[in-house]
Design a protein around this ligand. Structure first.
Ligand SMILES: Cc1cc2nc3c(=O)[nH]c(=O)nc-3n(C[C@H](O)[C@H](O)[C@H](O)COP(=O)(O)OP(=O)(O)OC[C@H]3O[C@@H](n4cnc5c(N)ncnc54)[C@H](O)[C@@H]3O)c2cc1C
Length: 459
């Protein structure tokens, strides 16, 4: 290994791998350093294993409905089969990531990298320094555990993806998407699941109708939910963990998971050696092109504390490379990011919530449809789907689209294309429905459910 590179990337996750590979395709001499496993959070302990578990958890709901469609099912679930198969799949993906990098002549280094200066990275285990014209920090984020007595007896999403045996009961603290997704997964796998959140409704920042409809669905599936209460102490018992809550209550659970946020992964990274300081959120501050205060050092992905999603980290990595290795200055548009929450039912969302839209535009139309999807009509399941469209007044531009129901994530990806083209309600109306689907609702809305005039709700 020659020790002077055009680019050294620290972190082999979503953003780092994309940047390393792309820079190499433009002819740069690139090294990438990974201290754990290539693929990063998304592949090893995030999106991918989680989604595999989501699929596993959906079978119980399907079996519940099966009898109404004439099927007799005697199903049993085996956690270790799922765990082993999940582990095989992420190992396969990890290998693919590494192989792709090596195919593009990227030097892959398994070590911990820390900044030693504006153009130098120390390999901690090898105890050697490599030089780089540019350094890209893509070290991602780490789960945050509250500073309470007995916090060590609680786990995070990292460990929940690798339970040796499934706990009989699980308490999750948090109200963000990771908290509700994991609650939905373990509920579906038959674990008695509870959720506690210090505020008054899950998924702050999402559209309020989606939040409250999902809450209802999770409750009706058996999720035990507590608001305005946080964990203040954990104690280990013979059978699990005893939890003390801020409201004075106590209860024992088989396991306790903190989903109380993620922090940029900057600990002991040597940022001070290059004069890089952190912002108020503990993240690395960068400009529109990913450049830090040190002109030769850049950062992308979760470590910059912007939007913590894989496709965003990938875009940021790609934009950095386009700008500095292809002479094509590229900024990211953060205004229209579609996203999904893989609960059961699923959320797909893009653009402004009703609450944000009325603040920004004052005059808007809101279209809402809630109905029992066809799949539920033969049985006792009462769960409804929600389709919500928020537009500028009188058939104007679509500002937000929010879906709660089966395959909402898949639907919102396609809506994102229309919205990236500035689609209006009239464009949606021109589209012919696909029948019978749930999504046809999006192109058959007639009059708004209600409107806002000068910020006031009317009708
Ligand atoms: C449970 C969970 C579920 C998620 N689900 C989704 C989802 O459904 N959809 C979605 O879009 N996003 C999801 N995310 C978020 C997504 O995983 C992250 O936004 C994404 O991985 C960020 O990419 P990144 O490149 O910034 O960092 P990461 O992918 O975290 O990669 C950082 C890498 O750097 C390595 N590293 C750190 N420090 C060093 C060092 N000093 N030296 C060498 N290596 C180092 C780490 O080991 C890691 O491999 C999820 C996250 C979690 C935790």
């Amino acid at each position: 290994m020659s020790d002077i590179f055009d680019l050294v990337v620290i972190g082999g996750g979503s953003g780092g791998v994309r940047a390393a590979r792309m820079a190499a395709t433009y002819g740069a001499k690139v090294a990438i350093i990974e201290e754990y496993r290539y693929g990063g959070t998304c592949v090893i302990r995030g999106c991918v294993p989680k989604k595999l578990f989501v699929y596993a958890s959906q079978f119980s709901g399907i079996f519940e409905n099966a009898a109404d469609f004439g099927w007799q099912v005697d199903a049993k679930f085996n956690w270790s089969t799922l765990l082993n198969n999940k582990n095989k799949e992420i190992t396969r993906l990890e290998g693919l990531y590494k192989k792709t990098l090596q195919n593009w002549d990227v030097t892959t280094i398994e070590d911990r990298g820390v900044i030693e200066g504006p153009n130098a990275v120390r390999l901690v285990n090898a105890d050697k320094v490599i030089k780089a014209k540019r350094i890209l920090i893509a070290t991602g984020g780490v789960p945050f555990k509250p500073n309470i007595k007995g916090a060590e007896f609680g786990i995070t999403s990292n460990e929940a993806l690798d339970f040796k045996t499934l706990p009989k009961s699980l308490l999750i603290e948090g109200g963000g998407y990771i908290a509700v997704e994991f609650a939905s997964i373990f509920l579906g796998l038959g674990v008695k699941t509870s959720l506690t959140y210090r505020r008054d409704l899950i998924l702050r920042g999402f559209d309020d109708d989606v939040r409250s409809d999902l809450e209802q669905s999770l409750k009706s599936r058996g999720l035990d939910m507590h608001y305005q209460a946080s964990i203040i102490k954990l104690e280990k018992t013979k059978t699990g963990v005893l939890v003390s809550f801020s409201n004075g209550e106590q209860a024992e659970f088989g396991a306790v998971m903190f989903a109380t946020g993620r922090m940029p992964n900057v600990k002991d990274l040597g940022l001070g050696k290059a004069g890089i300081s952190l912002n108020g959120q503990g993240a690395i501050d960068v400009d529109d092109y990913g450049q830090t205060m040190c002109p030769s050092i850049f950062a992308v992905g979760d470590v910059t504390g912007r939007v913590q999603l894989t496709p965003v980290a990938i875009r940021e990595g790609a934009a950095f490379v386009e700008t500095f290795y292809n002479d094509n200055p590229t900024k990211i548009d953060y205004s229209l990011i579609p996203t999904a929450v893989f609960t059961e039912p699923e959320i797909g969302t893009i653009g402004l919530s009703e609450e944000q839209a009325v603040k920004n535009y004052k005059n808007i139309d809101v279209y809402i449809a809630r109905f029992r999807p066809m799949k539920n009509t033969l049985g006792a399941k009462t769960e409804k789907v929600l389709f919500k469209l928020i537009t500028r007044k009188d058939g104007g531009r679509v500002l937000g689209c929010h879906i709660l129901g089966h395959s909402a994530g898949e639907m919102i990806q396609l809506i994102a294309i229309a919205m990236a083209m500035n689609a209006t309600k009239a464009d949606f109306d021109r589209a012919i429905a696909v029948h019978p689907t749930a999504a046809e609702e999006l192109v058959t809305f007639k009059a708004p459910s209600y409107v806002y005039e000068n910020g006031e709700k009317v009708g």
